[in-house]
Design a protein around this ligand. Structure first.
Ligand SMILES: Nc1ncnc2c1ncn2[C@@H]1O[C@H](COP(=O)(O)OP(=O)(O)OP(=O)(O)O)[C@@H](O)[C@H]1O
Ligand SMILES: [Mg+2]
Length: 268
């Protein structure tokens, strides 16, 4: 922008980019402030109408914020990285219906505060799918916390004496989606089972829970300290308005082993 010949522009409105930048910064629009000059130059070069320039500038600010929000939410959720719905090989696991996963990926069940149970033997992709769906939930703006059952139980035990008011502020209590990974590897003690009941019962109707497990429903009482009554009460709340994915396929972890074995058989 030329500042030459100030006399002829005496009555024209001042265009002071530094002042504009400062205003944008003061409004908290840091990215727009940094990029206003180049966006303005592009607007002049392409003869954009004013609304297009404004829209571009705001769009850039929003997309940077969204990226930052995603990064922060992913970090705070405790979700492992690298497993997404995009890199789940549906062809390898034909028992997993892509359409069902896509429906779950809309996150309507999370908004409706429903639950998801992903069941199956080791290595079939239970954790991978739970993580992929949880990432999608974050992308859609839901708050998420991911815990392996062991860590969650440790946190619940630390909080055993905490007042209900403070307890409600815990992330695992109030996030929109709580993912509990690896239920069934260990049998819970009575104390753990009753703390787990407190969690499930608090979240019932308030927030969604996704659980991955290698255990069938019939095995839950044994997993929950052998307490039939508690197990029934927990399952009742978990399974009321829930989605169940039963995966009964091959282990992805063993696929390379299988292909080595196939090759060596072919070689013999
Ligand atoms: N269909 C798939 N496509 C791509 N990667 C997969 C698929 N299934 C599983 N994997 C990968 O294989 C590994 C094991 O999968 P995952 O941890 O999800 O299994 P799991 O069912 O949770 O097993 P476990 O019961 O032992 O916890 C992970 O690294 C995961 O990313
Ligand atoms: Mg797993």
């Amino acid at each position: 922008m030329s500042t030459a010949n100030p006399v002829s522009r005496k009555n024209a409105p001042k265009v002071d980019l530094d002042a504009t930048r400062e205003k944008l910064t003061r409004l908290g629009l840091a990215h727009a402030s940094e990029h206003v000059a180049e966006t303005l130059a592009e607007a002049a070069k392409e003869s954009w109408p004013a609304h297009r320039f404004l829209d571009r500038l705001l769009e850039a600010e929003l997309s940077v914020r969204e990226e930052r929000r995603l990064k922060t939410s992913l970090r705070l959720s405790g979700l492992p990285t690298g497993q997404t719905l995009g890199n789940f090989d549906f062809a390898f696991q034909p028992g997993v219906e892509r359409g069902r996963i896509e429906t779950l990926a809309t996150c309507a069940w999370i908004r409706a505060k429903e639950n998801l149970l992903i069941r199956g033997p080791p290595g079939v992709g239970k954790t991978h799918l739970a993580i992929g769906l949880a990432i999608r939930a974050i992308e859609n703006g839901f708050s998420v916390a991911f815990h392996r059952l062991e860590d969650l139980l440790a946190a619940l035990k630390r909080d055993a004496e905490v007042s209900p008011q403070r307890l409600r502020r815990r992330k695992h209590m109030n996030v929109a989606l709580l993912v509990i990974d690896e239920m069934g590897f260990e049998v819970m003690t009575r104390e753990e089972a009753s703390l787990f009941f407190r969690l499930v019962s608090y979240r019932y109707g308030r927030g969604a829970i996704a659980i991955t497990t290698n255990k069938g429903i019939a095995d839950w009482p044994e997993m929950l300290a052998g307490d039939e009554v508690l197990a029934t009460a927990i399952l009742d709340r978990l399974l009321h308005r829930s989605h169940v994915l039963n995966i009964s396929g091959r282990s992805y972890r063993l696929r390379e082993l299988e292909s080595v074995a196939t090759k060596s058989r072919a070689g013999n």
